[in-house]
Ligand binder design. Structure first.
Ligand code: ATR
Length: 287
């Protein structure tokens, strides 16, 4: 008699990781698509990511997601990677292939899909403001530019970080016909005209500070997306709603980035809309 086939194993590795909704999302994708897998959370010591991911791979696991603060380290550990992971300098998805680990970054494509399919706003030809120049902003800028907006402005409290991020993407922006500029949050020349889409990749909302730019940066009915979700996104979304914009949190991006990782691992693309709806139903209602 053959031994029963064990489900393939995946996990999300991070610190902290207890709050992660990825196990819920991947279990829902697996059920929907009939894939046999289990997905767990693995808390890594801050100095122990490499050891833990190696042990997980050696135990026969097939891949993992990686969250803060290990995305740059995950990228560095994998000998093979996608162009978008290289642009971000960070990976949120690893696949443990026989020929070596493969790294991808699905955050940016997840954000673009959520904006275009989830919120119904095609980005081509639009003016987009990206607030922040840390890891979250770096993770999404490449795919954002690939959606061919007319203009992307990267604005950050520490201007040199925004300038460096834009410089690293200059050739990519040119290739996709987008005008990319960058500077400080207080640079009036960058904010002279309003934007169709404002993306908050700063930690300002987490600190209850709304948005770090004035409401005139929003054109009437603009889409305003915080890359975070739950209480962390509330003050930015309240700022956007008060200014007449369309607020959106990062939950749709979370589900879309997971769907892209699931596709990379399993070769099938789940339907994200019912999973986002189910996930929202588990979240405490916004105050
Ligand atoms: P993440 O990986 O979430 O992007 P990060 O790399 O620490 O985290 O980046 C945090 C971002 O939020 C940075 O762009 C930071 O600006 P600085 O580069 O000037 O530090 C931005 N940020 C944090 N608190 C902010 C605030 N109160 N107002 C505006 N920007 C803020």
């Amino acid at each position: 008699m053959n031994a029963p086939v064990q489900p393939d194993r995946y996990a999300v590795l991070g610190n902290p990781v207890a709050h992660s909704r990825s196990p819920f999302i991947h279990a829902a994708f697996a059920e929907q698509t009939g894939q046999s897998l289990v997905y767990e959370r693995l808390l890594c010591p801050l100095d122990g990511f490499a050891a833990q991911v190696r042990a997980f791979a050696a135990s026969g696991a097939r891949g993992c997601n990686v969250t803060v603060p290990f995305k740059q380290e995950a990228f560095a550990l994998a000998p093979r990677h996608t162009p978008r992971a290289a642009l971000a300098g960070a990976a949120n998805t690893l696949r443990f292939d026989a020929e070596g680990w493969w790294a991808d970054n699905t955050d940016g494509v997840g954000l673009v899909r959520d904006i275009e399919a989830g919120a119904g706003l095609p980005l081509a030809g639009l003016r987009v403001l990206l607030l922040g120049a840390g890891g979250a902003a770096a993770g999404v800028l490449g795919p954002l530019l690939a959606a061919r907006p007319a203009v992307v402005v990267v604005a950050n409290r520490t201007a040199p970080k925004a300038l460096a991020l834009a410089a690293a993407h200059a050739e990519w922006a040119h290739r996709h016909g987008a005008t990319l500029s960058a500077g400080g949050l207080d640079d009036p020349s960058l904010m002279a005209a309003p934007f169709d889409c404002v993306l908050n990749a700063t930690a300002s909302s987490l600190q209850g500070a709304g948005a770090p730019v004035p409401a005139r940066t929003l054109s009437p009915g603009a889409l305003a997306v915080d890359l975070m979700y739950g209480p962390a996104a509330e003050s930015f979304m309240a700022w956007a709603a008060a200014a007449g914009a369309r607020p959106r949190d990062g939950l749709g991006m979370l589900v879309e980035q997971a769907a892209e990782a699931f596709h990379a691992w399993r070769g099938v693309r789940p339907d994200t809309a019912p999973v986002l709806q189910a996930l929202r139903a588990t979240m405490p209602a916004a105050r």
